[in-house]
Design a protein around this ligand. Structure first.
Ligand code: SAH
Length: 222
């Protein structure tokens, strides 16, 4: 729309990114390693089509296969709660756009990410290659069973909501390991839970209300 009111012009990119980081901080993302990873990974690379324009706003957006890329501040808070260490092997369940996995890849030694939609896995892999993120392995699989071939994991992040923490994921967490996941009915408000595996059992901490798409069994049709 040439000739439109200049007030309608989109903000310059630097300004948008500054606001993006400000929104993260003001919503409680304070860990400097998480903030710098989120500064380096361009969310714009993971949002296509109509909604690309809104990639730097703190809101979830639609992606292919009827799924969503999570709200950036929620990505930040989940990553912060996961307390990833540089030597960690991390499993993410729910690749979606690949955005969360890309952020994890800057903080961990190795990231495995699985999605039940092959198309999302394929598209995310292309972005990882383009961004030269080569410590991520993306696979099409039902993540409620974890990834037995690569287990155990230091950290597990689930980005789709189950009614309860899936047993195989609890089993695939190393002692001392942390899992962060949304738990609850898919059409209601869910709780973000942090599970820490001790030497003898699991400790559960409820972090905040969240809303995620449901964890669905089996592989998707595309
Ligand atoms: N982390 C993503 C957002 C995830 S949306 C991002 O950064 O963009 C949730 C994703 O979980 C969807 O892509 C959905 O296909 C996937 N999903 C749902 N159930 C699953 C299951 N059982 N196994 C693997 N992936 C699943």
């Amino acid at each position: 729309m040439t000739g439109a009111d200049p007030a309608d012009d989109p903000l310059p990119m630097a300004e948008r990114k500054m606001r993006f980081l400000y929104a993260l901080r003001s919503r409680g993302v304070t860990d400097s390693r998480v903030l710098s990873a989120m500064e380096r990974i361009d969310r714009g690379a993971f949002v296509k089509g109509l909604f690309a324009e809104r990639a730097y706003e703190d809101m979830p957006l639609p992606i292919a296969c009827g799924q969503t890329i999570s709200q950036p501040s929620v990505v930040g808070l989940m990553t912060q709660a996961l307390d990833v260490q540089p030597r960690d092997k991390v499993l993410e369940v729910g690749t979606g756009s690949g955005y969360q996995a890309a952020i994890l890849s800057l903080l961990a030694r190795r990231v495995y990410t699985v999605d039940r939609h092959r198309r999302l896995v394929r598209e995310a892999e292309e972005i990882f290659r383009a961004l030269d993120l080569n410590n991520i392995t993306a696979l099409a699989a039902d993540g409620s069973f974890g990834l037995p071939d690569q287990a155990p994991f230091d950290r597990i992040l689930v980005t789709a909501a189950a009614e309860d923490p899936p047993g195989p994921l609890l089993a695939q967490l190393k002692p001392g390991g942390i899992m962060v996941l949304p738990v609850g009915q898919s059409d209601a408000v869910q709780s973000l839970i942090k599970v820490t595996r001790g030497e003898t059992g699991y400790d559960y901490e409820e972090l905040r209300p969240v809303r995620f798409v449901p964890l669905v069994e089996g592989l998707g049709s595309e």
